[in-house]
Design a protein around this ligand. Structure first.
Ligand code: ACO
Length: 362
């Protein structure tokens, strides 16, 4: 009961997480297939089909998203000095809260675009740099990197971020998606649903994990130190970030999708191979120690472990990793919020009262 394990709270046609087989299916297509052949824009078209009065194809979504990035850009200039002092995810959430409410496709595109535009703007502002105007002609992932670094990314880097955004786009009824659906079920609107989802995402047990993964790698320092460092952390009762999952009892398929992207970046000389070796040593030791400590509970590598390395290699600062996660997951949040409005009812579960009754309390 605690944590709602095994409770089926809704039916969905959007995604299915098979925790025993380690398979993620999005609208009938497996993630393995999507990460190889699809841009983020293609996956948005797949996810959003039938959820708005008029369905848009992938090219139309790509054009609409490019235009929406330009449209929201002016609002990113409101990333003032005060916002720059906040953690990036809080600054992005504050900027989003200035958006109008809405339920239409243009609100959906603006919200997804905003996360891609606000994230680099907030990062640059924190370093005293001006935000960079989007280029609507570029792919969503490539433009996000261009807005971060001020120059067009290498195609391998753009592909790696695209692969990450696709891997992160949807994943059943995780905590942030459930939050989005609860808010949408009250008919509050897409903007509110996404802001609430970001609030749920930022916690370290969900989308806040990849920053701490890098802190762990830095603290370990070298491959030989992995085992004693992790052993000491576990004996202090700490959780190892990037491992374990509520649903998966085998390796998270998204971890492998990202590992493939990382290996390609390393081959292209865009990732320090020593960093990858260190991560592999930490992963190897962590898996061994976790299986020894919890023999009955498979605790395996999750999405966040290799996310940390990938986003670091692409030049995102660790404190902003959750924003990049949100930029990918936003497409899924929109789809779930719309599905909830179209096919669901107000979400209103019961609680069992276990406190004192009036006569006992007196
Ligand atoms: N390191 C050490 N121990 C762990 C870990 C971990 N990463 N994960 C779970 N455990 C332990 C728990 O402490 C618990 O021990 P106990 O029974 O002695 O109290 C036991 O394993 C069972 O864990 P659950 O409570 O069943 O795990 P739950 O399903 O509630 O949590 C979660 C899943 C939150 C992902 C957990 O594994 C965790 O905290 N991982 C680290 C944070 C992380 O990587 N988060 C990202 C998740 S992926 C995502 O959101 C995209």
């Amino acid at each position: 009961m605690s944590g709602l394990d095994d409770v089926i709270a809704t039916e969905t046609t959007l995604s299915d997480v098979d925790g025993e087989a380690g398979r993620l299916v999005i609208r009938g297509r497996s993630l393995d297939e999507l990460v190889i052949g699809c841009r983020y824009e293609d996956v948005l078209a797949l996810l959003w089909a039938g959820l708005f009065p008029e369905s848009a194809g992938a090219d139309q979504i790509a054009r609409g998203l490019g235009a929406a990035r330009l449209q929201v850009f002016e609002q990113s200039r409101a990333a003032d000095a005060q916002l720059a002092e906040q953690p990036p995810v809080d600054a992005v959430r504050t900027l989003l809260s200035r958006f109008e409410e809405g339920n239409d496709p243009s609100t959906a595109l603006r919200l997804v675009a905003a996360l891609a535009v606000f994230t680099p703007a907030v990062i640059r502002r924190a370093h005293g740099l001006e935000a960079i105007r989007p280029d609507p002609g570029l792919g969503h992932a490539a433009d996000m990197l261009r807005m971060l670094h001020g120059e067009a990314p290498h195609p391998d880097q753009a592909r790696a971020l695209d692969r990450y955004l696709v891997s992160a786009v949807d994943h059943g009824l995780n905590a942030s998606t459930f939050t989005a659906r609860v808010i949408a079920s009250t008919r509050a609107g897409l903007t509110s649903a996404l802001i609430g989802a970001i609030c749920a995402l930022k916690g370290p047990l969900h989308g806040g994990a990849p920053g701490p993964v890098l802190d762990m790698l830095d603290a370990v320092g070298e491959p030989e130190a992995a085992r004693p460092w992790l052993e000491a952390a576990l004996s202090r009762g700490e959780r190892l970030m990037g491992f374990g999952h509520r649903i998966y009892r085998v390796r998270d398929p998204r971890a492998d999708a990202l590992k493939g992207a990382l290996e390609r970046l390393a081959q292209a000389g865009r990732l320090d191979p020593a960093r990858l070796r260190l991560a592999e040593a930490v992963e190897h030791a962590a898996l061994e120690l976790l299986s020894r400590n919890k023999p009955g509970r498979p605790l395996l590598t999750n999405l966040e472990f290799y996310t940390a390395l990938l986003l670091e290699a692409l030049g995102f600062p660790r404190e902003a990793f959750t924003c990049v996660f949100a930029a990918g997951r936003a497409g899924g949040w929109v789809a779930h919020a719309r599905e909830q409005v179209l096919r669901g009812r107000l979400i209103r579960p019961l609680s069992r009262y276990v406190g004192p009754r009036p006569s006992e309390a007196a």
